[in-house]
Design a binder for this molecule. Structure first.
Ligand SMILES: [Ca+2]
Ligand SMILES: [Ca+2]
Length: 311
């Protein structure tokens, strides 16, 4: 039973493989009777750390008896010595970036030589690196901009392929010839945005991705209260002022005010600031905290009136 041969350069595994031509000869057999000659087949995996190094693998070769010889021709004029001929998984490092045609002929003890299997591959190209940037939150119907900071060490980037995460099932990416993309989401949700770039050797990068949260426009202000100190407290020295704030979307900043004057800002939950009461006159002072959400809505806490009494 015969089936069509298939290209087996494992670009998925290493992400660096790129094929210019395909096999010249050979089909694969899904089963081989003991009366048939062997069928050579191999994979060529470009090393992810060195694009001039290629790991070959002849595991896909079919034969009814053991293979006695793997005749590799790496396409760069280097000889295949006895150890190379015994090796179904040789590794070769090429001297320079070029297109090479690699062939493999196998020999088994019963039926002699197979037809040559061949692959023509660009070896030595460095794959481009995709780097995506963009907001992590936006509103429904807002025009959102994503940007590529991708690079190609040994060439240039020719295409930028964006996926915004809300494509129809089966739809392909948006392929652009520029590094920025604009997109408008029509529904709330979490979306994965993905960028793949393609260099001037037609080699694709690994994808870079990020999440974006799409929300309805937020008109609800946050809530905030000062936890410590409490109204009526008598304070001296350094005093930690602590507030809690909540929002339907996100609190991005809490400000602390003493007698209406801004003293400090904190954008980390567990909002706090250390007040040096020695800088104040002894007597009554009013503490307030103000929370600001990601849409710019703000709210003030109830005032906390304390007495400063330093020696
Ligand atoms: Ca390149
Ligand atoms: Ca809000």
């Amino acid at each position: 039973m015969r089936k069509p041969s298939s290209y087996s350069l494992s670009s998925q595994r290493f992400g660096l493989g790129f094929l210019l031509g395909l096999m010249v000869a050979s089909s694969s057999l899904s089963c081989l009777s003991p009366t048939e000659e062997p069928v050579a087949d191999f994979e060529a995996n470009i090393d992810p750390l060195n694009p001039l190094t290629v790991h070959f693998d002849a595991s896909a070769t079919m034969s009814s008896v053991a293979i006695s010889e793997y005749k590799w021709n790496f396409g760069d004029g280097s000889p295949c010595d006895a150890s190379c001929k015994a090796d179904p998984q040789p590794t070769t490092t090429y001297a320079k970036r070029s297109v090479y045609t690699i062939t493999l002929t196998v020999v088994d003890l019963n039926f002699g030589e197979s037809l040559p299997a061949a692959k023509t591959i660009l070896i030595g190209n460095k794959a481009p690196q995709a780097v995506l940037s963009g907001p992590t939150r936006a509103f429904v119907d807002e025009n959102v901009s994503f940007e590529s900071q991708s690079t190609d060490e040994d060439g240039t980037i020719e295409f930028w392929e964006f996926r915004f995460g809300d494509e129809a099932p089966g739809a392909g990416p948006t392929r652009l010839q520029r590094p920025t993309a604009n997109h408008t989401y029509t529904a709330v949700g979490e979306y994965t945005v993905q960028l793949t770039v393609i260099d001037n050797d037609k080699e694709e990068s690994e994808p870079d991705s990020q999440q974006i949260r799409i929300i309805d426009e937020d008109t609800v202000p946050p809530t905030i209260s000062v936890q410590t100190p409490s109204s009526g407290d008598i304070l001296r020295g350094l005093v930690q002022i602590q507030a809690t704030a909540e929002d339907n979307v996100d609190v991005i900043l809490v400000e602390f005010l003493i007698d209406g004057v801004l003293q400090a800002r904190d954008d980390t939950r567990g909002y706090s600031f250390v007040w040096d009461t020695r800088q104040e006159q002894n007597g009554s002072h009013v503490i307030r905290a103000r929370a600001i959400d990601s849409s710019g809505n703000s709210a003030d806490s109830r005032p906390v009136t304390v007495t400063v009494q330093n020696p």
